[in-house]
Design a binder for this molecule. Sequence first.
Ligand SMILES: Cc1cc2nc3c(=O)[nH]c(=O)nc-3n(C[C@H](O)[C@H](O)[C@H](O)COP(=O)(O)OP(=O)(O)OC[C@H]3O[C@@H](n4cnc5c(N)ncnc54)[C@H](O)[C@@H]3O)c2cc1C
Length: 367
Amino acid sequence: MPDRERTALVIGAGIGGLAAAIGLRRAGWSVSVLERAPVIAEVGAGLTLWPNAVKALGALGLDVTDRSVPTISRGNILTPRGRWVRRNHPGDVGVLAIHRADLHDVLRKALPESALHTDAEVTAVSVDGSVTCADEELRADLVVAADGVNSLVRRTLWSGEAVFQHRTVWRGVTAPGSVWPVQESLTMGRGVQFGVLPLPGERVYWFLTANEPRANTSYGDERAEVLRRVGDWHEPIPALVAATPEDQVLHNDMLDIDPVPTFVKDHVVLLGDAAHAMTPDLGQGACQALEDAVVLAANADDLPRYDRERRARVHPMLTAARASVTRNSDTNPLRHAALLVAARLLPPATWRKATAQWSNWTAPTLP
Ligand SMILES: Cc1cc2nc3c(=O)[nH]c(=O)nc-3n(C[C@H](O)[C@H](O)[C@H](O)COP(=O)(O)OP(=O)(O)OC[C@H]3O[C@@H](n4cnc5c(N)ncnc54)[C@H](O)[C@@H]3O)c2cc1C
C-alpha cells in the first residue's frame, strides 16, 4: 500500500467523469472533478443502458432500477406509414431506458459535494500530471480526461479532431402524460430513422436521425424542422414531437473520432467520449464510458492494462458504429427494401444475438 493517499483529477463531470470519480474513490483515491460548466447537470434526453452498463453501475454500487424502465430497444420496427416490420417482446435483451438527467443525478449523488468543482475550465494538461485550471496550477498522480468528444486533452496531448459523420440527430422528451401510453419502436425510412422510448413518469424520449451534408447546420425552429420531415409519418410520431416544448428539442451533429492508438500517456488517461466517441447507432457510448470507469478503478495502479483492455473492447465498436452509419444513411430504395426484409425474417435468437453482441461483458470487482 502507498504511504500517502493517491490523488486524481477528473476533467469533466459527464457520465464518464462522474463514474470514474466514484470508482477511483472506491479504490481509495482522493478525487477532485473539474467541470467547466457553472452547474453540474445533464440536460440531454433519453438513453438506453445495455446489460453491460447495468453491470458497470452495479460494480460502482449503483442501481437505477427505479429510475428506468425495461425497453425492447430497436426490437419493434415499423415503416413510416405504420406497417409493422418486426415485433419483439419485453425483456428480450434486458435493456433499460432512462432519462439522462436521472442517470446523471444518481452518479452525482454518489459523490460528496466537496469533490465537485464547477466553473473550473481546464486550459492545459501535461503528461506529468499537472493541470492548469482557472489560472491555478494543480498536480495529481493521475489525470482522467473525461472531457467529451471535443476533448482538449486528446487534441493537445494526442491528436485528432472529432469527425462529422454527415448525419444529424434531433431529440426530445415529451411533457409527462401528454402522449401516453406508447410502445417503444424504431420507424425506418430511407436514410431517416425515428425512435420512440417510453421513460418513467409517463414521459417519452424520441429521436430523429437523418443525413446532413454540412456540419453545424441550424434550422432555427428545430421542432418545426422535425415536423416538416416526419409530420406525415404514422402516429404517435407527429403527436410526440408536438408534445415536446419547442425550446427543448435538441439538435446535434453526429460526431465520432478515429481510433486513438493509446488511452494512456504517463499520468494522463483518456476516458469516455474523449477516448472513443462513437455515433449513437449502437447505443453504447455512455455504456462504454461506464465500463471505462470501472476498469480504470480496478487497474489504476496498472494503467497499461486499462489501456489494453479498453482499446481491445471499444475499437471494434467504433468500426461497427461507422458501418451502421453507412447502413442507416443509405437512401437506395432497393437496399432499403432488402434491409426491411432482413429485419422481418431474422429469427428472434439471431436478432437477440446481433443486438446484444456488445453487451456481453464481465465487470471486475471493486473494493
Ligand atoms: C443523440 C445521442 C444519443 C445517444 N444515445 C446513447 C444511448 O442510448 N446509450 C449510450 O450508452 N450512449 C448514447 N450516446 C452516447 C453518450 O451520450 C456519450 O457517449 C456519453 O454521454 C459520453 O459521456 P462523457 O462523460 O464521456 O462525455 P460528455 O457527456 O460529453 O461530458 C464531458 C464533460 O466535460 C466537460 N468539459 C469539457 N471540456 C472541459 C474542460 N476543458 N474543462 C472542464 N470540463 C470540461 C463538459 O462540460 C462535460 O460536462 C448518445 C449520444 C448522442 C449524441
